[in-house]
Design a protein around this ligand. Sequence first.
Ligand code: ARG
Length: 287
Amino acid sequence: MSATMPATNVASATRIPSKRTILMCRPDFFTVNYRINPWMHPEDPTDTSLAVRQWESLYRVYLDLGFDVKLVDPIDGLPDMVYAANGGFVLDNIAYGASFAYPERQPEGPAYMKWFAANGFDVRKPQSINEGEGDFLLVGDVILAGTGFRSATDSHRELFRIYGREVVSLELINPSFYHLDTAIAVLDPDPAEGEQANIAYLPSAFNGEGLAILAERFPDAILVNEEDAAVLGLNSFSDGYNVVIASRAKDFERQLRERGYNPIGVDLSELLLGGGGVKCCTLELRR
Ligand code: ARG
């Protein structure tokens, strides 16, 4: 009998979901009245009640997945507060606060830090400009850290000092993908011992140095096309099996399915007008 050994196939891996704890902010005061990224057009109207309904559909998906979803109160006059991922970075029960690049969003930093403190996190006031989990992604034991448009490289050093984890800096080069979470999706939040967590990314968002790092560290990564990236398809949130993505990111959806993930599409078209998607609305809280 000629037994053919099954190839170790990333596609056939068993995906195990794990319940996440996250923080979200209802877009009660969402609008676009300033422009700090190319997606934003203050001259165009926005529909706040549609934004709320779309956000609620994401909220319900998370509840159905069994996630523990905490809420921070939205503040009138801070329309981008809905993008909770930018409110900080939380790991080992330590909340590293955000210090926003643009004055329009600066008051969000203290608002989120207040929530972290009131909810039992050890809050570290930031010394450097950083936009939290928008630019910092935990992949296994490593923190991938974006720079180029928002978070300063000084913040990467601060991250290392606070968490003692390896921090890998990646420079973003396309203004439409100005936060790392618009260009990279973390697919395996809790990889099993000895297993490499996988990611998906948009190659054209990175310079040559970054591409070399990504190719070396993540040889099995899903490469996402421009079309899917242009609906912020990468701006997604995974529990290890279920991956909540933009419903319009069809090729990414197909690739996820092929690899044994369960993509769940949501439509956040109104929040896309502010330049954010699924992941932007989601801040992971790791105790
Ligand atoms: N209008 C917001 C900004 O430009 C969108 C933030 C999106 N958040 C994210 N995590 N990518 O700052």
